[in-house]
Design a protein around this ligand. Sequence first.
Ligand code: AMP
Ligand code: ZN
Length: 447
Amino acid sequence: MTALRLYNTLTRTKEDFVPIDPQNVRMYVCGPTVYDYAHIGNARPAIVFDVLFRLLRHVYGPDHVTYVRNITDIDDKINARALERRGTRNVPILDVVRELTEETYGVYRDDVTALGCLQPSAMPRATENIAPMIAMTKTLIDNGHAYEASGHVLFDVSSKADYGKLSRRSTDDMIAGARVDVAPYKKNPMDFVLWKPSDANTPGWDSPWGRGRPGWHLECSAMIQSTFTGTDTIDIHGGGIDLVFPHHENEIAQSEGAHHEHPLAKVWMHNGFLNVEGEKMSKSLGNFVTINELLADWPGDVLRFNMLRSHYRQPMDWTVAGMRESWNTLEKWYDIVEPIPGTDVGEDLLAALADDLNTPLAIAELHKSRPEELAGGLALLGFSVKPEALKSKKAVDTAAIERAIEARLAARKAKDFKESDRIRDELLAQGIVLKDSPQGTTWEVKK
Ligand code: AMP
Ligand code: ZN
């Protein structure tokens, strides 16, 4: 197979991937903050790094890859939700945090399983790694990288000469990007929190600096250290592009500061952002879609396929039209491969994936491949290849809807509004709602 090449955010180049230990390739990806249901943007890193996990397993052997995805279950948004949820109940706040995060993480796990993602090798929780967080903070104070001030422990950014090497930002940009609160106890506005005090209504743990809780960045550095034992440096660290600064920059500062400047990761990989129908997803725009609600209407394989049609580093636009096309393609392919148990993987497909996970090219190769290779390729990419899953999902026949939309358009052009209304009402009776816009007509399943 052609050598695996990956784009490294740290060097801004595509590099040959050479594992530190081919017997144990180590990858860490920042996982979800489990305060609410995950949205379709959160599905992107889950799927992208699952494809990489599968590719690494294919190349190095299934027993030679360790993929860790953490669970951020301590965070201010979680604390706020937990406080609301506790209401007047007389229970420790940490118990309510556990209740909430168990519930949301359970949904996340089921969602990403439905998207065809393999279970990572380990899924450490922040709340179960407080001791290594305290230990790392102590180390950083002892070696001059951190200081205590007003019950907080802060990382002293001026102590690390190469701070900013991942994001390559100027100091001014960093200050603006971090939206740093200029607290009076900070030596430098860019200094970030390793440990902060907790009041009685906030989860906290005893520490040499009083009862408190870790900063978000510290959680990952400590979980990497405690999960990947015996090494300071892992092969791949991943997450969404929004994490480059400050999160990953600060993980590097902490881990290198605590580990004799040994690099935290050789390769830093970041997926681009996902927008919905051309717009940034946000609750206020009303275009916020959770994985869970999409799975009620669409098979997981269709969501996965739609995601992989874009290269992971490019921004991607999530559209219903794209989902429809994805469904049509998969339906066609599943009819071809159904009787074939596929393990053959075409060289062209592998070459596309080996070139920095070029999934759009991989899909183009699948279009050209023989049925045996199509079956093998779909399996390698993590598709269930269960035709019944596509058919039984709901009685929506996407091709028929498309034909009806076309017929309605033709009727409108001919000014036959009676006919165009009839078609719209007929679809509505089947639970399909049409939406007209200057860009054309889209449809969705009625809620
Ligand atoms: P969070 O739960 O917010 O910490 O995010 C979990 C993961 O999802 C991180 O790797 C984020 O970078 C990623 N992520 C969040 N929003 C999007 C988006 N709209 N598109 C792509 N990735 C995203
Ligand atoms: Zn992280």
